[in-house]
Design a protein around this ligand. Structure first.
Ligand code: ADP
Length: 523
């Protein structure tokens, strides 16, 4: 099992499995909890929406009823004198005269005797009767609304009322009906407080607005009801305003969802960082232990070779002078190897402790290359390498520490030799690139796969797959080169193809104060 979070870290499979378990243990419950929280929040919001829609439908129907009550009250208020006249035995004309009150709601008084009341429809509002119907005289377009008029014995004698314009009536009284009458309606579910957050609009049969109270905001939960009785053909729509609970709930849901997303991302981010950190630490421990075993091997091998050669020389177990020279060369080569390894380890620990002091000055690449090759000459010859050096004589000096740069070139040469197989060719060349002094060491060795090229400069990192497998090393050389180059404000680059070879290039700033360094040794 491997995790993308672990990126390119190299960990043993058992550790990867444990880390995967750790990520799973944190991330999976976090995602499940986030999912549950999201579900619950959405459910609450949906429930609020459903309830709001239900309540809006209920209120829309109520508004129609309340308008009938309003109409009845107004007809009753104004027909009291007509009723008095009828009870006193007044005739139809006298009743009509008594109905002739001035009112903005009604147009013309009309008394309809009982025998002509068949066409009227009757509604009972709060125990009182309201008659309405089309114009009984056929003279007007508006409906007629009336209350029952009783005679001297309390017997019904007819209906007394007026024509009225429902559109004008609704427009005139909507605000009053919604803000005062509706909240006071007996048996109404919900109080004044709830009404404040509702918008009520009335439309005619063609959908044209007639009147409205407050701005609607949440149209999804808006509900309509057809008005009835004398107001037939009109529709009431009730919706939540911007302060309605459903709108507040929506806002709350948006904020909550945002928080859930942020928290989940933060948690996953923290888990990723923590896991990467732990993985890196485990990897370092792992690398350090393999470093120790590599170093031990690197130290032991030359020591045993030297010991063997010294013993052979001591006991005179050689036949010819050439054979003796061969043993001596072996001792020199192996001691160089030992010295380089010890240098690497010392430099590494100094760099780690921040104790390295570099003395920057003008450095001639020709000198650096010549000194480095000098110490490799024996090995190059013994291992039958072909080598070429191309450093232009007029190459500007680099700004650097000669010893440290020397060290870099030695490490690059060492690798070029170590990682070459059949094609034993090494080229060292220098020049100017991007305004910097460049020095390259190229070989025709085993090369490095693209995937590994980014990692080889990490400390303790070795490519232990494929062809490199049988070559030993401590994994410190390139890390040191990289650190030294950084300290020089330069960089090291690699271009490599597996099976084709590798070229490592050091790029260094030029020595800019114009002074040409004195050659320390001829190139
Ligand atoms: P070491 O050589 O001790 O393993 P280095 O830090 O010098 O450590 O190199 C790191 C890794 O880079 C090596 O293990 C090897 O896989 C790869 N490498 C370095 N130089 C070369 C080269 N010239 N050719 C092929 N592979 C190389």
């Amino acid at each position: 099992m491997s995790l993308p979070v672990l990126g390119r870290l190299r960990l043993p499979r058992s550790r990867q499995a444990k880390l995967a378990l750790l990520v799973g243990g944190v991330a999976v419950p976090a995602l499940i909890l986030a999912g549950v929280a999201t579900q619950l929040t959405l459910r609450v919001s949906r429930e609020v929406e459903v309830q709001t829609a239900r309540y809006n439908a209920y209120l829309a129907a109520k508004v129609s009823e309340v308008f009938e009550g309003e109409l009845l009250e107004r007809v009753r208020e104004r027909s009291v004198s007509a009723e008095n006249v009828a009870r006193a035995g007044g005739d139809a004309d006298a009743i009509v005269r008594a109905l002739a009150t001035q009112s903005r709601d009604f147009e013309a008084p009309l008394f309809v005797p009982t025998e002509s009341m068949d066409d009227f429809t009757l509604v009972t509002v709060d125990g009182h009767l309201l008659f309405y119907g089309n114009d009984p005289t056929g003279r007007r377009q508006h409906p007629y609304a009336a209350v029952l008029i009783r005679g001297p014995g309390g017997e019904p004698v007819g209906a007394g009322g007026w024509w009225f314009n429902p559109r004008a009536f609704i427009a005139e009284h909507l605000a009053e009906v919604v803000q005062e009458r509706l909240p006071r309606t007996p048996g109404l579910f919900g109080g004044l407080e709830l009404m404040r957050h509702l918008s009520v609009e009335v439309f005619d049969s063609r959908g044209n607005p007639v009147a409205s109270v407050r701005e609607p905001k949440h149209v999804e939960s808006a509900r309509e009801a057809d008005m009835e009785g004398p107001f037939i053909g009109y529709r009431v729509r009730v919706a939540a305003t911007r302060s309605g609970p459903v709108v507040l709930a929506q806002r709350f849901v948006a904020v909550e969802m945002g928080l859930i997303v942020v928290l989940t991302l933060a948690l996953l981010g923290a888990t990723t960082v923590a896991v990467r950190y732990i993985a890196r630490q485990i990897e370092l421990v792992h690398m350090k232990s393999s470093f120790v075993s590599n170093v031990t091997h690197e130290l032991k091998t030359p020591i045993s070779v030297i010991k063997l050669a010294v013993e052979t020389l001591e006991l005179g177990r050689y036949r010819t002078d050439e054979e003796r020279d061969k043993y001596l060369r072996t001792i020199t080569k192996e001691s160089d190897k030992l010295a380089r390894l010890v240098d690497n380890i010392l430099d590494y620990s100094r760099l780690e402790a921040g104790q390295t002091l570099m003395r920057m000055g003008p450095v001639r690449m020709a000198d650096v290359v010549a000194t480095a090759l000098e110490s490799f000459r024996l090995r190059l010859e013994d291992e039958q390498f072909e080598w070429t050096v191309d450093v232009p004589a007029d190459l500007p000096a680099a700004r650097g520490d000669a010893n440290a740069l020397q060290h870099c070139v030695l490490n690059l040469l060492d690798n070029a030799l170590k990682y070459s197989k059949e094609q034993r060719i090494v080229k060292v060349y220098a020049g100017l690139r991007e305004g910097m002094v460049s020095l390259s060491v190229a070989d025709r060795g085993i090369g490095i796969e693209k995937d590994h090229q980014g990692r080889i400069f990490d400390k303790f990192t070795r490519v232990e797959t494929g062809l490199v497998h049988d070559v030993k090393g401590a994994g410190l050389g390139l890390s040191l080169v990289d650190q030294i180059m950084r300290a020089h404000h330069g960089r090291v680059e690699v271009v490599s193809e597996p099976g084709e070879g590798s070229t490592f290039t050091l790029l260094l700033p030029r020595w800019e104060d114009g002074r040409t360094p004195r050659p320390s040794r001829s190139a």
